[in-house]
Design a protein around this ligand. Structure first.
Ligand SMILES: Nc1ncnc2c1ncn2[C@@H]1O[C@H](COP(=O)(O)OP(=O)(O)OP(=O)(O)O)[C@@H](O)[C@H]1O
Ligand SMILES: Nc1ccn([C@H]2C[C@H](O)[C@@H](COP(=O)(O)O)O2)c(=O)n1
Length: 231
C-alpha cells in the first residue's frame, strides 16, 4: 500500500495496549515516527508520579496517602517519537523513572483511582491536542482513556519471549527472575479494580512472540494506513 502524506492525511488516533515487554513502546515510537504522528508513553506518566511519591516520602502501602498527594506533581510529557521526554515539576525524570525501585512500586501507585483520574485527564488532553493524530500506548487506552480511538491494537507475547527480551535489555539479568517479575506486575495491573489492563472488545490482537520488531511495526503501519484510507 502507498504511504499517505502525513501533512494531508486525516488525523488518526491509535491505542496500543498489552502486558509489559510485548513491544508496545518500541512499536508505537516507530509507527508514530514513520507516519508523522505524535506519541505518548502513558506508562512513563505512571512511573513519573510513582517517582514523585517515593521522593516525597509518601507511604506506597497506604492508598489514601497516595490519593491525597495525587494532584500535587506537575507532570509534562513530550510527544515527539524521536525524543520522548518526561518532566516532573520541571525536572527531567526520563532516567530515574526506569529504576528497579520505581518499577516495583508503580503497580501499587497506578491502582489508586485518584491517580488514574488525574493521569487519564492529562492523557485525553494530550491526545486531543495532537493535530496529525497520535499513537498512545499503555494498559487501558482502548478500554478507558480513548474508547473512540480509530484503531486499537492489543499486543501479546509469551512470558518466555518477554523475559528473554527484557533480560537482553538488562544485560545478563536472570531470565527466570525477570519472567516472575513480569508476571507479578501483569497480575497486579490486570486485577486492579479501576481500569485494569484489558483487551478492548474491538481491538486487533497481535501475538508478537515469533515476530521480529520490524514485522510488528509493518503490521501496525498497514493497519493504520487502512484506517486512514477508510476515513
Ligand atoms: N517483536 C520483538 N522481537 C524481539 N524483541 C522485541 C520485539 N518487540 C520488542 N522487543 C524488545 O523487547 C524489549 C521490550 O520492548 P518494549 O519496551 O517496547 O515493550 P513494552 O511492551 O513497551 O514494555 P513495558 O510495558 O514494560 O514498557 C525491548 O528491548 C525491545 O527492543
Ligand atoms: N495506561 C497505563 C500505563 C501504565 N500503567 C501502569 C502499569 C504498569 O506496570 C506501569 C508501568 O508501565 P510501563 O512503563 O511498564 O509500560 O504503569 C497503567 O496502569 N496504565
Amino acid at each position: 500500500m502507498e504511504s499517505t502524506d502525513a501533512r494531508t492525511a486525516p488525523a488518526v488516533i491509535v491505542a496500543i495496549d498489552g502486558p509489559s515487554g510485548t513491544g508496545k513502546s518500541s512499536t508505537s515510537k516507530a509507527v508514530a515516527a514513520q507516519l508523522g504522528l505524535s506519541y505518548l508513553d502513558t506508562g512513563a506518566q505512571y512511573r513519573a508520579i510513582t517517582w514523585w511519591m517515593v521522593n516525597n516520602g509518601i507511604d506506597i502501602a497506604d492508598p489514601s496517602s497516595i490519593a491525597d498527594a495525587a494532584g500535587k506533581p506537575d507532570i509534562v510529557s513530550g510527544t515527539d517519537p524521536a525524543a520522548p521526554a518526561i518532566t516532573v515539576d520541571g525536572t527531567d525524570v526520563a532516567g530515574p523513572i526506569r529504576t528497579q525501585e520505581v518499577t516495583s512500586k508503580v503497580s501499587a501507585v497506578s491502582a489508586v483511582p485518584e491517580v488514574r483520574a488525574r493521569i487519564t485527564e492529562l492523557q485525553r488532553s494530550i491526545a486531543s491536542a495532537a493535530v496529525q493524530g497520535i499513537v498512545v500506548e499503555g494498559r487501558d487506552i482502548g478500554t478507558t482513556v480513548l474508547p473512540d480511538a480509530d484503531l486499537k491494537i492489543f499486543l501479546t507475547a509469551s512470558p518466555e519471549a518477554r523475559a528473554a527480551r527484557r533480560s537482553g535489555e538488562l544485560k545478563g539479568a536472570d531470565v527466570a527472575a525477570t519472567r516472575e517479575a513480569l508476571i507479578k506486575r501483569d497480575t497486579a495491573d490486570s486485577t486492579r479494580k479501576t481500569s485494569p489492563l484489558a483487551k478492548a472488545a474491538d481491538a486487533v490482537e497481535v501475538d508478537t512472540s515469533d515476530l521480529t520488531l520490524q514485522q510488528v511495526i509493518e503490521c501496525v503501519v498497514t493497519l493504520v494506513e487502512e484506517k486512514r484510507a477508510a476515513k
